[in-house]
Design a binder for this molecule. Sequence first.
Ligand SMILES: [Zn+2]
Ligand SMILES: [Zn+2]
Length: 460
Amino acid sequence: MVNKVSKLKYYSFEEIPPTSLFERSSLYSIEPLGVGTYLIESLSSYLSRLAKLHNVKINLLTTNVLGNYFQKEYLKNINNFGQIIKSINSYGTTTTDIVSSIERATGRANLNNLTLLSLSGVLRAKSIKDKKAWCPLCLEVFKENGNVYEPLIWYINLIIYCPIHDIKLVEFCPQCGYQQAFITSNTLPGHCFKCNKWLGDMNKKNYEILAYKLPFHTLWNQWVNTNFSSLINHMQIVNYFPLQFLISSKLRQLLKLYSFTFENELADLFGLSRSTVYAWFCGQKYPPIIYLLSFLFVIDVDIVSFLYRDKIDKNIVIYSERVQYIRENIIKQNTSKEVNRINKQELRKRLEDALKYEPPINLKEFCNKYNYNQSNIRKYFPKLCKDLSQRYMTYKKFGKQQKIKLACAEIKQKMIELHDKGVYPSQVRVERELNDFTGIFYPEVRQVHKEILRQLGYRN
Ligand SMILES: [Zn+2]
Ligand SMILES: [Zn+2]
């Protein structure tokens, strides 16, 4: 336990609870694991280890002990445990409150490094996973070293593969199949919250290995891993944090280095609107981390140099194969309304081509294929869009007629066969015989059924 006097330099006098001066810390002052490396422990892992050491459930520890230190009233309510936990490794004001309360209760400083608080100027919404993900091989290594914990980096949304073992992080318990909640009242690092089984595994072959994937997929994911690893390393060393406005000023630096058409080029290459990208460069808006990383990936500038170095001293080149990969695989999957920079010429060509497709596609499929917004493209080429829809409708109508025709012929044949075997060809009985039983749903087909029953002498 640590004497509280050492904490005076971190808190203003009013912030210190009156009784806590010269008092022992309320909780064991355990050391976070992996400090100084990119595998630094997450605060959720730290909290669950604390609870285990004190032999109490995490929710009770949170409300009964940490609750005394929370600034925000609503966090003191045990029913808000879920809310607290969701933000524990994150970068918002709730996280700040949680960090400072755990620091006070344990007498530990710098616990903000166990969260993404230092990167709050860079990360935007959805940067943190809402479910647990882990590397079974790392867990085995930690176990062997006698300290099982869960590193912060596993919780970053963009981290899909283990930065050390290059295997895909696991999200489901191999024993009971449950997806793992972020943290529950009894969570133990490295164990399933449901069946309590150990989540580690030594056999790499049981997992998807990054190096066996397509080259650009591998390159991108390794790049993301390296960048986040160095960001996490770096944030523990430096004593200043990148703020939002820094991103736009750094982007403008790139603009000068490369060419003054850089922003337009990037917008076009990524299929984004020029005004969106312009807003990022001039600081009216901030790019989501996925776009920022994608930009840096295609020009091969690492994020630590981008954010923390005074100058980027290299020739800026746009690697077009990287752009293509990013556009097809990363941007498309993370599409928001912003992705709608329309190249009219390209759109016209695509629509004209689509009008020749066999089988025909509808406007929705077309938009999904190329990542357009239906109402936007209708504004540009109303006639072509209408033609595309019309062609599809005709095809569907023709397809329907064809289906009815086939179903009528088939039902007739099956009814006669049943009749010959001495079986009454009821609708239900015939339905079982049909290749495609949905044919019977058409009134035309049911009419044929009745007609044949009559012809076979079952009805007058
Ligand atoms: Zn690993
Ligand atoms: Zn399980």
